[in-house]
Every structure is written in structure tokens, then in C-alpha cells.
Write a protein that binds this ligand. Structure first.
Ligand SMILES: C[S@@+](CC[C@H](N)C(=O)[O-])C[C@H]1O[C@@H](n2cnc3c(N)ncnc32)[C@H](O)[C@@H]1O
Length: 314
């Protein structure tokens, strides 16, 4: 497929892909694998498993319609061969899919945002380019934008959002500056300017990162209720009663903690086995190639078939 210049710019480098493939290779044993890619994005994981396992099939879901469109273009040949299907679904709702289809051998979750979402200024995720302050992953389904959140929330609530989801040390200072702004903040660059104006220069110089990075991350997680959706899908996965590999790649300590505790709980309830006692992190060479992968943590769990004896020896 020939990518347009704009599509090439949006290209997303899949994070910890080798580790994902190795886990699937080591912990699934059927030849006709069925894989659910719960965060399809630009289809990087899906494409890799479709290539690596020639008779596997993949159902990819994403809450972002643009991601569905782009990954379908990328994986058109596999779709034509009935090995790939994409659906516009929030992973918090996968219960319906799980209940109405044959068992999946593996579930892949690569949380957070894709480079496509970050790169398109009109999506409002990026502090590096100007656009309306939107940040909804599903603009056709969700109504509250990041600009709405800034306008409708009081100072205390905003400070809590910035602290809880961005671990922003200057959350109160920034929240106060936002609320003092004479006109409502509606664009990404207006928000960046308010943050820059609120933080003392020496603080900004020492930050070692863009001064708006944490606030943007916090707003994005809040607008899309990312931790709520993660909790919902964890509840749904808890009901799985067949052998299945679950892989989570997360980029935020809150998400990683939710996954870690869910896995412990599942293992304690004898539902299966934790495969990663400590989370896996990107290799040195991956970090060199893709600095954006630096916060990734991968955890994996293997559900056992509740009707069969657990015979895994790994
Ligand atoms: C990091 S990207 C995935 C990239 C993908 N692994 C690849 O290699 O191209 C995360 C994707 O998950 C999607 N996403 C985030 N939360 C979701 C949810 N609750 N349900 C479905 N998709 C979600 C985002 O829209 C985004 O496209």
C-alpha cells in the first residue's frame, strides 16, 4: 500500500512488539489462533501477528473511527482473505464480543494513544501543534471535550485531575491560572501559553520535558475515562473460563497498578498464572530506536481452562 505524506507522518511504531510475539509463540499452542487486538490503533500489532502466524485470524477493535479506517486500509489483503476484521468498539464493552464468539487464544492491549492521534492537530491531543482542545478518542460517541472539562470544572477538581492522572507537581498553580484566564481556553496553544505563564522560568528550565506534557496527559486520561474503561475490561476478562493469554502494555503507573493487582487477584482465585513476575520493559535497542516507548510496561497472564487440569510448565 502507498501511504500519503500525511499518513506516513502519523505512522506509529509498535512498542515491545518482539516481546508480544514471543509471548504468543510461547504460550499458545493451537495452529489456528484467534487473537483479539483490543487497541488496534494503526494495526501494528495485528499486522505482525498476521504475518508471523500464517493461519491465525485477528479481530481488531478501537474506539477511534479514524484508527479503524487506517488499519483497514493497511490490512486490506488480510481482510479480503477473511483473516482480519475491524470493529469500532470500546474495549470496556468487549463482554458482548466474548460472549457471542468462539474463544480467543490471546488478547492484546496496548493502552494509551497512537501517534496518529497525537500527530493530527485537529484531534487536540498535542501540545506541539495548534488545534481545538478536543482530545476525545471517539469524537462521534463522546460529548465532553478537554475544553469543556476546563470550562466546567472548578479549580480544585482541575488540580486533582492534573495530580491524579499527570502527577503534575504544580497542579494547583496551573489550575488556578486556568481559572483566572479572562477568556475560556479553547485551543491547545492557549492552554500551553497559560501553563507556560503559570510556571516560574527556573522550574520550566529544570523540567527536562515540555512544561505542558503532564497536564495534557492528565486531561486526555480524564476526558476518555481511560482508567474507568480499563477497570471495566478487567472485570469482563475476570469471567474468562477458557485458556487464553492476556497481554497488557501500559504507559502510566495508575494503569500498570490496576493490571498488576488484577493479575494477582486472578492468580489468587486460581484462574491461571502470572507470566511476568516483574513487568517487562523495552530493550536498550528499542529505546534507542523509539524514545516514546520509554514508559512502557508489559504484563502477561495466562488463563487456564476452568474445566481442565492446568498443565502449563513454563
Ligand atoms: C497505543 S495505540 C495502539 C497501537 C497499536 N498497537 C499499533 O501497533 O498500531 C492505542 C489505541 O488504543 C485505542 N484505545 C484506547 N482506549 C481504548 C478503549 N477503551 N477501547 C478501544 N480502543 C481504545 C486508541 O484509540 C488507540 O488507537
Amino acid at each position: 500500500m502507498i501511504l500519503s505524506k500525511r499518513d506516513r507522518k502519523m505512522n506509529h511504531i509498535p512498542v515491545m512488539l518482539n516481546e508480544v510475539i514471543e509471548l504468543i509463540t510461547a504460550h499458545t499452542n493451537k495452529s489456528h489462533l484467534r487473537i483479539l487486538d483490543a487497541t488496534l490503533g494503526l494495526g501494528g500489532y495485528s499486522e505482525a501477528v498476521l504475518e508471523k502466524f500464517p493461519d491465525c485470524s485477528v479481530l481488531g477493535i478501537d474506539r477511534d473511527e479514524e484508527a479503524i479506517r487506517l488499519s483497514r486500509e493497511r490490512l486490506k489483503d488480510y481482510e479480503d482473505d477473511s483473516r482480519f476484521e475491524a470493529r469500532h468498539v470500546n474495549f470496556g464493552d468487549i463482554g458482548e464480543i466474548i460472549n457471542s464468539s468462539k474463544p480467543f487464544d490471546a488478547f492484546m492491549f496496548d493502552l494509551g494513544v497512537s501517534n496518529m492521534q497525537l500527530t493530527l492537530p485537529e484531534r487536540g491531543f498535542s501540545f506541539n501543534s495548534d488545534g481545538l482542545l478536543d482530545m476525545r478518542m471517539n469524537p462521534s460517541g463522546d460529548s465532553r471535550t478537554a475544553a469543556d472539562v476546563l470550562r466546567e470544572s472548578d479549580e480544585k477538581t482541575l488540580a486533582k485531575i492534573f495530580w491524579d492522572y499527570g502527577e503534575e507537581r504544580f497542579s494547583r498553580l496551573i489550575a488556578s491560572a486556568i481559572k483566572r484566564s479572562k477568556t475560556p481556553i479553547t485551543t491547545t496553544s492557549e492552554l500551553v501559553n497559560v501553563i507556560r505563564g503559570a510556571l516560574p522560568q527556573p522550574v520550566q528550565r529544570k523540567m527536562g520535558t515540555h512544561p505542558a506534557r503532564r497536564v495534557f496527559q492528565a486531561l486526555r486520561i480524564f476526558v476518555n475515562d481511560e482508567t474507568g474503561e480499563l477497570e471495566r475490561v478487567i472485570m469482563t476478562l475476570s469471567e474468562i473460563n477458557y485458556e487464553a493469554l492476556i497481554i497488557f502494555v501500559s504507559y502510566h503507573s495508575l494503569e500498570d497498578r490496576l493490571v498488576k493487582y488484577a493479575f494477582r487477584q486472578w492468580q489468587g482465585d486460581d484462574k491461571g498464572k502470572i507470566l511476568t513476575r516483574h513487568p517487562l520493559t523495552p530493550s536498550e535497542s528499542e529505546l534507542e530506536d523509539n524514545y516514546k516507548s520509554r514508559s512502557a510496561k508489559l504484563r502477561a497472564f495466562l488463563f487456564k481452562n476452568s474445566n481442565a487440569k492446568f498443565l502449563i510448565s513454563h
